[in-house]
Ligand binder design. Structure first.
Ligand code: ADP
Ligand code: MG
Length: 220
């Protein structure tokens, strides 16, 4: 089943056209890698899908359907929750490790039941629990870069998403930590649909079910 259908989509910042009349179907549990040179429009395409485009000063024509529903008809707050995004500059909140994971749950759900267990499950799903289980109340800024990135990925899962969007998730990581994140993304695709932008060709080949290239405003 297609979870996302992009139809006749053109994206603009003021008069500047970034994508021109593109179409794309994405199946449930697929890993799609978006590639393209710097400035080709990778982040812009992702921001259209998760609803941040307009906030960033852009606009679009055409339609995007999430599970058959036009995203124009989904409340922005729900769209952002469903299309959970790791931005290129995402950082942990300056709260404790635990609060990084409970913040969105409390926002969306109110008082959390089984808090300890849910935090544990989230940390386990990014293979971080054993490394931090005795330090849940410390600042994430005491963790390594790779651990922080895994915490940010765990935080993405706290909004009950349907699609996970990763914008160049390994651009600030070394090879070893990049591979850890890739393994994690592969694992998450059992449960979620994944869209990831990268300009690392080898990473795309390792990860992708399908590679989509942005070239001259088109998707190939
Ligand atoms: P990529 O992620 O592939 O490097 P971007 O999507 O960030 O590319 O940018 C695509 C084009 O849109 C670039 O020419 C960039 O300068 C422009 N752009 C990106 N964000 C904005 C913005 N908020 N306002 C105006 N132009 C933008
Ligand atoms: Mg970008």
């Amino acid at each position: 089943m297609n979870i996302l259908e992009i139809r006749n989509l053109s994206i603009f910042y003021k008069e500047k056209e970034i994508l021109k009349n593109v179409n794309l179907d994405i199946k449930e549990n697929e890993i799609i890698c978006i590639m393209g040179s710097s400035g080709s429009g990778k982040s812009t395409l992702l921001s259209c899908l998760n609803g941040f485009l307009v906030e960033n000063g852009g606009n679009y024509t055409g339609d995007v359907f999430l599970k058959g529903k036009n995203i124009r008809d989904i409340k922005p707050i729900d769209l952002k929750r469903k299309m959970s995004t790791l931005f290129q500059d995402s950082k942990p909140f300056d709260f404790s490790i635990e609060k990084n994971l409970t913040y969105a749950m409390e926002f969306y759900e109110g008082k959390i039941k089984n808090k300890k267990e849910r935090v544990k499950n989230l940390l386990e799903s990014v293979n971080l629990y054993d490394e931090v289980k005795d330090n849940l109340n410390i600042s994430p800024y005491k963790l390594s870069g790779g651990q922080r990135q895994r915490l940010c990925i765990a935080r993405m899962l706290t909004t009950c998403p349907e699609v996970l969007i990763f914008d160049e998730p390994c651009s600030s990581l070394d090879e070893k930590n990049s591979i850890i994140i890739e393994e994690l993304i592969k694992n998450l695709s059992k449960k979620y649909t994944i869209i990831i932008s990268t300009h690392n060709e080898k990473q795309a080949e390792r990860l992708a079910d399908r590679i989509i290239r942005i070239d001259n405003k088109q998707l190939n």
